[in-house]
Design a protein around this ligand. Structure first.
Ligand code: HSE
Length: 326
């Protein structure tokens, strides 16, 4: 019988993962991007989850260890998005009798608004496919990852789509999983402020209204059109007036201790729009290569003034999406 890995093994060097382990990286993501609730999203360069798997002879998916998280995550394979997605790959696309052992390294804090559940799900899906020798296409990987996302956070594809594709994406149809990749202006930077609080996505979805009035809907889709147009025209200044969310942000902002202040600070520092990242509590701001550090400083100052240990980072857009790393 194979020895099960411990946390010590996972935190060790790469030699802990000899040849039969397959490693996958899945980037963090920003969902909604202001007006595109459940539709728009982008992938962040340099932050994400790593999933490693190896084939086993028993047809089960077992999580050997989870590391890197700031609060305990379930190792029960029925409750973790990575293993749920991997299990779906096995059940749906693989005919053999093999199973998987899985080790998860979370680079994304959970319940932070950076697509942590989606990243684990996408990583789990690709890692399982690679281990089983299955050449799944992006739609099939999204289908598998969605099983994990639905189980923990509710059905939405706006984090999974950019996580799999990389870049900036639009979910044209969440049923057929028709995804459109949007242009990424080269100078675009994403400034992310991460406050020291958590917000459960399922709860943040539950507070939203089921219906919106027509004038609000008209403004919302006008803003979304303007945002997409700004990306095509590479006019970052236009993003500023387009990054407006009249649907989710007004209901969610009151749940966030630092949200309004962070957004105001970013806009006053010249950001090209700011809103809640996904369901929050992270706040994102669009900037360009020249003003991103000024925006970051303004958001950091909010945390300093409040005497809390929030962090602010500048990211480029990740254009590669979920990928094999070993
Ligand atoms: N579109 C989702 C929401 C993103 O706002 O609930 C969650 O990360």
């Amino acid at each position: 019988m194979m020895r099960r890995l411990t946390m010590m093994d996972v935190q060790g060097a790469d030699e802990k993962f000899p040849g039969d382990w397959i490693g996958v990286f899945a980037p963090g993501t920003v969902g909604n991007l202001g007006p595109g609730f459940d539709v728009l999203g982008l992938a962040l360069n340099g932050i994400g989850d790593e999933i490693r798997v190896r084939r086993t002879s028993e047809r089960v998916v077992r999580i050997a260890a989870v590391s890197g998280v700031d609060s305990p995550l379930p190792t029960d394979p029925l409750r973790n998005t990575a293993s749920i997605a991997a299990r779906y790959v096995l059940d749906t696309f693989s005919t053999g009798n093999s199973g998987l052992e899985m080790v998860i390294h979370k680079g994304l804090p959970i319940s932070s608004g950076l697509g942590g559940s989606a990243a684990s799900a996408c990583g789990g899906a690709l890692a399982a496919a690679e281990a089983m020798g299955l050449a799944l296409d992006k739609r099939q990987l999204i289908e598998a990852a969605l099983q994990g996302e639905v189980a923990v956070a509710g059905r939405h594809v706006d984090n999974i789509a950019p996580c799999i594709y990389g870049g900036i994406t639009m979910v044209h149809d969440a049923e057929t999983l028709d995804i459109i990749s949007l242009p990424v202006p080269e100078s675009l930077r994403i400034v992310i402020a991460m406050p020291p609080e958590k917000l459960n996505t399922r709860e943040a979805r539950a507070i939203l209204k089921r219906e919106i009035d027509l004038p609000t809907a008209v403004m919302q889709w006008a803003h979304m059109g303007a945002l997409i147009s700004a990306l095509y025209e590479k006019k970052l200044t236009r993003l500023r007036d387009a990054t407006v969310d009249l649907v989710a942000e007004p209901l969610r902002m009151p749940l966030l201790t630092y949200g309004r202040e962070l957004k105001t600070a970013a806009l006053e520092a010249g950001a090209y729009g700011s809103s809640i990242s996904g369901a929050g509590p992270a706040i994102f701001a669009f900037a360009d290569v020249d003003n991103a550090s000024i925006v970051r400083k303004a958001m950091e100052d909010v945390f300093h003034r409040r005497g809390v240990s929030g962090k602010v980072y500048i990211f480029e857009v990740d254009t590669r999406g979920t990928r094999r790393i070993t």
